[in-house]
Write a protein that binds this ligand. Structure first.
Ligand code: AHR
Length: 489
């Protein structure tokens, strides 16, 4: 086993790791909302007011900070008035974008906001710019947040909600360069100005407005947005998905892959480092004080759908490879937390790199869920300096990804070892300080392993032995693992 050194300097404090980096995304897509989150009050599946009880509990356990809704591409076809009022009177439509499902609008504004209340997370509403109007979005904000007398506030009350909701996060357009309207960045900036002007702060509610940012490495989009609308945005989104093959026609299977495809997947995920660095550099030129957040509100793996499932439902399994992908991305976000303040993995339940999968009354936690669980100590902690010896295990793929944070006298280090063969013994020191105690948690399994309804606990978190001697800590990283080590000063 190779010996390597990890140095953490708890005195070298960097930026706050906003807990919102650990957020999620839920779209009217496949079985995310219906079946995944909402089953209706008459369902046999245990529920609270129609929302799956197990899903609420799993979200609470990982302290889910923000849930984004109603899309995605669906958001730019969504008309909020279809989803309010008596359910029997709500308009039915075909979700043409995602698999031709009948959308009965039984999950609308009131249902989403109530779900967030039950989970204890902040709602993030993605507004329709592509096929909507300024008036429609402006009215939606007034309907949700106005505390006075107005036809819209009265309508909300009539529909059962006396008090306005607090709504902080508002996306103004989703992928406006693509499914959200195929706009040029210059055209989008003109649209944004109008929409942002009329999305008002009512009754003490303060909107955090998120402009549509680039797809992956479209640096020109970022440049134009920063140049034209930076004075009226709080955040700018970035979307980047990990595909094993870089070919949207043949993305690759979620569960069947060889070693090359495995390492290609990790290499493609590591591109996130370059993206947040280079987009950050553009933002720095216009916003050196780093007031504007980079909001990575769609990220994760995107594979071919599970054989036999509706191609429009984007249902995929989730293996130990996905756990490594999640760990790598989250370490990148932590290490760039001076600029990345929010990130939403796509998506919460039954879609893409889901943290939960459901079938009837059963729910399984995926390896990705466990990574979110293991990373909770980083929430609202302070990023501190860390350095690890490292080596490439495939062309351009270092074995280890890591980040470290501090809260009070506790330091948390999260590490993933993506090597399929190498294990490492890690010698950890704190520079001038002494480590007094340590404990750890580990997620490890063969890369193809996953949890399913027959075997829900094949990949689960176990205790990791951490030995502390003479102010230093030693622990082992087996091949293909994610660990959290908590050390006390
Ligand atoms: O997450 C699935 C889709 O991916 C979203 O609807 C869209 O924004 C992105 O292209």
């Amino acid at each position: 086993m190779k010996k390597i050194r990890l140095t953490v300097n708890p005195g070298d404090e960097k930026s706050l790791i906003h807990k919102e980096i650990y957020s999620n995304f839920s779209e009217h897509l496949g079985r995310c909302i219906y079946e995944g989150i909402y089953v209706g009050e008459n369902s046999d599946i245990p529920n609270i007011e129609g929302y799956r009880k197990d899903v609420i509990d799993f979200f609470k356990k990982i302290k889910l900070p923000i849930l984004r809704w109603p899309g995605g591409c669906f958001a730019d076809e969504y008309h909020w008035r279809d989803g309010i009022g008596e359910k029997s009177g709500r308009k039915k439509m075909i979700n043409t974008h995602w698999g031709g499902l009948v959308e009965d609008n039984s999950f609308g504004t009131h249902e989403f906001m109530r779900f967030c209340e039950l989970v204890g997370c902040e709602p993030y509403i993605s507004g329709n710019v592509g096929s909507g109007t300024v008036e429609e979005l402006s009215n939606w904000i007034e309907y949700m947040t106005f505390d006075g007398i107005s036809p819209l506030a009265n309508e909300r009350k009539k529909n059962g909600r006396e008090q306005p909701w607090k709504l902080k996060y508002l996306g103004i357009g989703n992928e406006s360069w693509g499914c959200g309207g195929c706009m040029t960045p210059e055209y989008y900036c003109g649209e944004y100005r109008k929409y942002a002007t009329y999305c008002r702060n009512y009754s003490g509610n303060e909107l955090f407005k998120i402009a549509c940012g680039p797809s992956a490495d479209d640096y020109h989009w970022m440049e134009v947005v920063m140049q034209n609308i930076r004075w009226m945005v709080n955040g700018i989104s970035l979307h980047y998905y990990t595909l094993p093959t870089n070919d949207w026609g043949h993305k690759g299977s979620a569960t069947e892959f060889d070693d090359k495809e495995y390492y290609d997947t990790i290499r493609n995920t590591l591109k996130m480092e370059e993206l947040v660095t280079r987009h950050g550099e553009i933002m720095n030129r216009f916003d050196p004080e780093k007031k504007i957040a980079l909001v990575v509100d769609e990220w994760g793996t995107w594979y071919d759908v599970e054989p036999g499932t509706n191609p429009g439902f984007l249902y995929q399994q989730n293996t130990m490879r996905d756990a490594i992908v999640a760990a790598v991305n989250l370490n990148i976000f932590n290490n760039h937390s001076d600029r990345v303040h929010i990130a939403n993995i796509a998506q919460a339940v039954n879609v893409l790199q889901a943290i939960l999968l459901t079938e009837g009354d059963k729910t399984v936690t995926t390896p990705t869920y466990h990574v979110f669980d293991m990373y909770t100590p980083h929430m609202d902690a302070t990023l501190v300096y860390s350095h690890m010896e490292n080596e490439d295990v495939a062309d351009g793929v270092p074995a280890l990804s890591y980040s470290a944070s501090k809260k009070d006298n506790e330091v948390t280090v999260t590490i993933s070892n993506c090597s399929l063969t190498e294990e490492y013994s890690v010698d950890t020191s704190f520079g001038f300080e002494k480590i007094t105690s340590g404990k750890g948690r580990i997620l490890t399994a063969e890369a193809h392993s996953y949890n399913n309804f027959e075997n829900p606990d094949r990949v689960t978190v176990k205790e990791l032995e951490v030995k502390v001697e003479n102010g230093k800590a030693v622990f082992t990283l087996p091949a293909c693992c994610v660990v959290t080590v908590t050390l006390t000063i």
